[in-house]
Design a protein. Sequence first.
Length: 611
Amino acid sequence: MDFSQAEILSQAFEYSTEQLEFFIENNADAIWIIDIEGILMKVNPAFETLFGWTAGEIKGQQLPIIPDFLQASMDKIHQGIKAGETVVGLETTRQRKDGSFIHVNATLSPLRDRAGTIIGITGICRDISDRKRAEEELQAKTEQLESFIENNADAIWMIDREDTLLKVNPAFKTLFGWSAEEITGKKLPIIPDHLKASIDNVHQHIKAGETVVGLKTTRERKDGVLIQVEATLSPLRDRSGEIIGITGICRDVTDRQRAEEELQTKKEQLESFIENNADAILLFNSDGVVQRVNKAFEHIFGWSKEEVVGTELHKLPFIPADRVDEFKHLREQVKGGQPIIGVDTIRKRKNGEALNVILTASPTLDSKGNQLGWSVTIRDITEWKIAQDHLQNSEKLTVAGQLAAGIAHEIRNPITSIKGFIQFMKSGFGEKQKYYDIITSEIERIELILSELLILAKPQSIKYERKDIRVLLSQVMTLLDSQANLNNIQFSFEFKPGATHLYCDENQLKQVFINFIKNSIESMPEGGKITIEIFCDHDQEIVIRITDQGCGIPPEVLSKLGQPFYTTKEKGTGLGFMVSKKIIENHSGNIHVESEINKGTRIEVTLPISN
């Protein structure tokens, strides 16, 4: 059967129409058609899925997907399309039935009839919200990265695989001196010549995918100054993950490095001080556990470090049983943050031997002032104590020798009397009983003088007892009475009511007052008066004041009293006042001296009543 040309064209048109309908209905993109007045003629199922309206709801109405704030701009675009233009890839915002907005990519083109006349507009679009969101996130991250690079306080640079500089941030210029314009496209200039080989090796590892963190090295500034930096180097990758270069970030640690070196130097100095100190040193933590002892501790006390480290304070073996109360008191004081300086006490060696020591303890603090523990320094003063005892005994013997002449004269008188009365008794002259009484009295006088002399000269162990200061001074004046008589000197003893007893070592205090009174006697070769006063100060201290009428002490000499071997006497040792001062200090007392040339000297000794 033959078909006419018109029939063939009709069939072809119907076939094309069917294809177009199939394309519209089954397209994944939303499609719509509006007439020249903007009235919706057709939408496809994808439109319904994307925007929420069915064809039945909106067909014959204005296209509802254009937001109000875009209506004006879309009207303008529609005018252009009605004039024959086509808009491809328009990225814009559209509104869904539920009121939400989505980003779309749209193509708008004229709809023509068979004659080519524009009768409407066709639109096709797809949802690009996810892509748009991803692009916005990428843009935000890019801006954040740019901001991070540009505003970072650390110097940042980027180089390609040929080590050509791609980018530097402002901090790079601040740190190294080169601006981006000076060095972009060139080799990185901050690497010193002597480090280029090693840095090239590092770069090879980075290009192979490694990352180097916290690299401490040296870099060179534009002015030639070398600085210490801490750098992090990592691969620079493109979107596909391929390594296209290296990023570097570094900061100047010159000051920190210098501070660390100084800290290390101080640490080494402290280590050397602790280990090489002649005194024993112990370090405790805040719980009172021994953390460290030095070599001197091992040498002085005999215990090894291994035996002591880790031991709790109250279990340390070198504290004698009779010193436990003292130890507890000192421990609480240090734990309370108060240092202990120069406490004279007793500790014992591993072999049981007692040692005289000077103990100093102080809290150890961190940089914020928090207590970490404490340190203890112990100095063995056993030999020094022995030397002090020898010095005191030597001074005693010196005093005894100087008293010998006066004592010899004092003893000769009663001996002469005894001899005379014995002769009377032999001749039978006089009343024997009377002679016996006189002889006995003279012998007792001799015994008293000799006993006081022996007490002074004989070494005695230190023994603190409760003594009456009046009796003690009376015994001293008895011993010095003969020397006073030889020098035409009178004693005046004045006592004010109050406490008179104190804890003391009797022999040591006698030595002190003999030294002071004998000095007063020697200062008055023409005779005079020595006044001795005793009074109580607030029921807490006893004051002994010795005043003479001697030649006085010049100011330049007075300022040097107590210095060993400093003396103005021809045969003096200069040790008397020093020893006396030390004895009084050991009794927790003090000495005050006032003097005026040719008018006399006043010595005031203050001693606590309880010790």
